[in-house]
Design a protein around this ligand. Structure first.
Ligand SMILES: [Zn+2]
Length: 165
């Protein structure tokens, strides 16, 4: 009698599933069926996987919303001008500006040698750059690079409603 190819496996999730193990060597089928029994059935495994990616997306969206809120609060507190540019770039630009400017403050003032007057002067320059795309372009920059980057900004990066120009 040939070794059977079809195994009814009771999975750890409690479901019973019929498995065709004909593609496995005859002497390996029983142990493979035992291994399968220690796992969830295919449906439960897929459901758990989909659930994982859904909750990961949810987590990312929540984190982005929190960052956006922090950037908006910060912009209001320090009287940063609203950014200009394509609609889809505005939020990203705001988050990028917030991250880079707070990193610069930490590096230059909190951990560096700048005093508040030095920083206030830089902050004036920061306020002049309202092109969202400029901030997005600098998203990977080091905080300590911000003064040099601001000096390199051109007329086109200043806002159209800029009171400082
Ligand atoms: Zn199951």
């Amino acid at each position: 009698m040939a070794v059977r190819t079809s195994f009814e496996v009771v999975h750890s999730c409690g479901h019973t599933q019929l498995h065709d193990l004909s593609d496995r060597p005859a002497d390996k089928r029983a142990s493979f069926a035992r291994w399968l029994a220690s796992k969830d059935c295919t449906d439960c495994w897929k459901a758990a996987r989909d659930n994982d990616s859904a909750s990961k997306e949810e987590w990312l969206a929540a984190r982005r919303a929190a960052e956006q809120q922090a950037a908006a609060d910060w912009a209001a507190q320090f009287e940063m001008p609203p950014l200009e540019g394509p609609e889809k770039a505005l939020d990203w630009g705001e988050r990028s500006r917030h991250q880079l400017v707070t990193a610069a403050y930490t590096a230059l003032v909190t951990e560096g040698t700048w005093d508040e007057a030095d920083w206030a002067a830089l902050e004036e320059k920061i306020r002049t750059i309202s092109r969202a795309g400029w901030w997005i372009d600098q998203r990977d920059a080091e905080g300590t690079d911000l003064p040099e980057l601001l000096d390199a900004a051109t007329e086109a990066d200043l806002g159209t409603e800029n009171p400082f120009r």
